[in-house]
Ligand binder design. Structure first.
Ligand SMILES: O=C(O)COP(=O)(O)O
Ligand SMILES: [Mg+2]
Length: 230
């Protein structure tokens, strides 16, 4: 079966293009230390990433991926988030690396004629510096952060917003990510989803979420996209 030709590739950032957990974990632990709380191993914090900074901060404060309604006061979480933002701004980039073949792969996809967009749950204030540090600023026609719109992934609205802005029908768009938030956002927006298995998905295999296809490395994804979608 030949797939429908695609025009627009929407990428997730953390866990898909970059391994940012070392810096996110460092900033989280710096925040916890500033607040007089005990720190957590990177492998624990890794499973708290995916729903944006606010959720990461709340999960760190309670020490669990599940945060019950009313478990934290708004004041406590607001203050901790501010401390986290300062800490992340200080470490941001120091230990963040691109996954293998990502830079070359993005350029290859652009050369193959795709429009590239970025939809991350990371707060937008941190995104430009990261893109610049990898030389990717010019690659993405549209970039949305987790606070750019009233809702974030897994809500489909950020993906629909990008499709509307770039005048692309959803059937000609693809969402590419490492987490259930990306796969659900794509499925909810009725667009194809491609999963990458090496990122952060709360310890769950991305294939269990039934993406259109899944890959263990970025090069495999690039080759498949060019074969199937052009
Ligand atoms: O900031 C996060 O929690 C995750 O960001 P992502 O959407 O780029 O994976
Ligand atoms: Mg991600």
């Amino acid at each position: 079966m030949t797939a429908v030709k695609k025009e627009l590739l929407i990428f997730d950032l953390d866990g898909t293009l970059i391994d940012s957990v070392p810096d996110l974990a460092q900033a989280t632990n710096n925040m916890l230390t500033t607040l007089g709380k005990s720190t957590y191993p990177i492998e624990t914090i890794r499973n708290w990433v995916g729903n944006g900074s606010r959720m990461l901060v709340e999960r760190a404060l309670v020490g669990s991926v599940e945060v019950a309604e009313g478990q934290l006061s708004k004041e406590e979480a607001d203050h901790a988030e501010k401390v986290f933002f300062d800490a992340y701004a200080k470490v941001s980039g120091d230990n963040t690396v691109a996954y293998p073949n990502v830079s070359e792969g993005l350029k290859k996809l652009k050369q193959a004629g795709f429009t590239l967009a970025l939809v991350t749950n990371k707060p937008s204030q941190f995104v430009p510096k990261i893109l610049e540090s990898f030389g990717w600023s010019e690659l993405f026609t549209e970039v949305l952060g987790g606070d750019s719109l009233p809702t974030k992934k897994p809500d489909p609205e950020p993906l629909r917003h990008v499709c509307r802005t770039l005048q692309t029908a959803p059937e000609h768009a693809v969402m590419i990510g490492d987490s259930k938030n990306d796969i659900f956002a794509g499925q909810n927006a009725n667009i194809d989803t491609l999963g990458l298995s090496y990122g952060y998905n709360y310890g769950q295999d991305i294939r269990e979420l039934k993406p259109t296809a899944a890959f263990d490395d970025f090069q495999g994804l690039v080759d498949w996209v060019i074969t199937e979608y052009t």
